[in-house]
Ligand binder design. Structure first.
Ligand code: FMN
Length: 337
């Protein structure tokens, strides 16, 4: 019997396949279908810093509107119906999911600055979240801000969230850092229990007729797997005690196997499930089991990281050698003839 269990953020998961945040993890009905199809854990959609901030401002404004009034007039205080608040809807989803699903529920916070909104992490935990995934989705566009300042801001946020909760915290980040290996180690030193690699940045397009910027949500393909695959393989030997999750480009059983071979503890998927439906998790699982059986692995634990060794011995030489090999693979080869 093949063992699919894995450990992620100190939690035992019955499968390494995890549903990452998307509309499919925002409804109890689809969450139940994902669990039925065999996911090891789910990550709920993010609660955004901007949403929390705008709600607390409107709450503040509404309260301010009632100050200095006579007791009679205070009857006209705005009716504070917390049920309308987005954060409240999130908390209710966490609560229901953690009661009903029977697999770990990871709540996601999305923001890029330390501040008061961070206390929502505590509320997500109080509502039943087994862990927090902090998504730092940001594009650094201030020309006066240095790379060190940008990274320092992120690290301050990690420390703040880490101090606020007593459950594991994973960091979901993008790949656009000059020295990512160094930054990854800094994130762990600041308190991250796990890294989720990588965020996909949604690139806006231009309409050449209207000259408008058009937001375009393009789902990933297996080609998108290559970038996180490389970094999971490079970081796996450097961070043996840190949980690693691969996200972006997982579409087939082969993609799941590659992520595990590179050293991921869990493999997250969204686009494939949006295209094929929540039941696709069982096809991915069957394909993983078939690979393990055919190649005589007894468990996911045995498979995990077994292809990260080349990169571990001399990562820089490995990267250079791969680059040269790729260029030379074009018919006609590379260099003068
Ligand atoms: C419609 C949609 C909604 C998403 N919402 C969130 C979100 O709320 N928080 C988050 O961290 N990632 C979110 N993501 C990103 C996914 O969780 C995932 O990291 C990304 O799509 C890359 O994985 P994939 O290649 O399997 O799609 C969303 C993606 C899609 C397509």
């Amino acid at each position: 019997m093949t063992q699919l269990t894995t450990h992620y953020l100190g939690l035992e998961l019955k499968s390494p396949i995890v549903a990452s945040p998307s509309p499919l993890t925002s409804e109890l009905s689809t969450l139940l279908r994902l669990v039925e199809a065999g996911v090891g854990a789910v990550v709920l959609p993010s609660l955004f810093e901007e949403d929390v901030e705008s709600e607390s401002w409107s709450l503040h404004d509404r309260l301010e509107a009632g100050t200095g009034l006579t007791p009679e007039a205070s009857n006209f205080l705005p009716d504070l119906d917390y049920g309308h608040l987005l954060a409240d809807r999130h908390l209710r989803l966490v609560e229901r999911a953690s009661q009903r699903l029977g697999v770990p529920v990871i709540a996601s916070l999305n923001g890029n600055s330390a501040g008061g909104w961070v206390h929502y992490a505590q509320q997500l935990v109080a509502a039943g979240a087994d862990a927090i995934e902090l998504n730092m989705y940001d594009v650094a566009i201030d020309p006066k801000q240095t790379a060190a300042e940008v990274e320092g801001g992120y690290l301050a946020l990690v420390r703040e969230v880490r101090a606020a909760v007593d459950v594991p915290v994973a960091l979901k980040v993008g790949p656009h850092f000059t020295s990512f290996a160094n930054f990854a180690l800094e994130l762990v030193a600041a308190g991250a229990d796990g890294l989720v690699l990588f965020n996909r940045f949604y690139q806006p397009d231009l309409d050449i007729e209207t000259r408008d910027v058009t937001p375009r949500l393009t789902l990933s393909t297996s080609v998108d797997l290559r970038l996180p695959l490389r970094w999971i393989a490079l970081l796996h030997p450097l961070l043996p005690k840190t949980s690693l999750a691969l996200t972006s480009g997982v579409h087939s059983g082969a993609d799941v196997v590659k992520a595990l071979l590179a050293g991921a503890d869990v493999v997250m998927t969204t686009s494939a499930l949006l295209r094929e439906g929540p039941e696709y998790v069982s096809a991915l699982t069957e394909s993983l089991i078939a690979y393990l059986t055919e190649h005589e692995y007894e468990s996911v634990a045995q498979l995990r990281g077994s292809a990260a060794h080349d990169a571990a011995t001399d990562p820089r030489a490995y990267e250079r050698a791969q680059y040269i090999k790729v260029l030379s693979s074009w018919p006609g080869g590379h260099g003068p003839h």
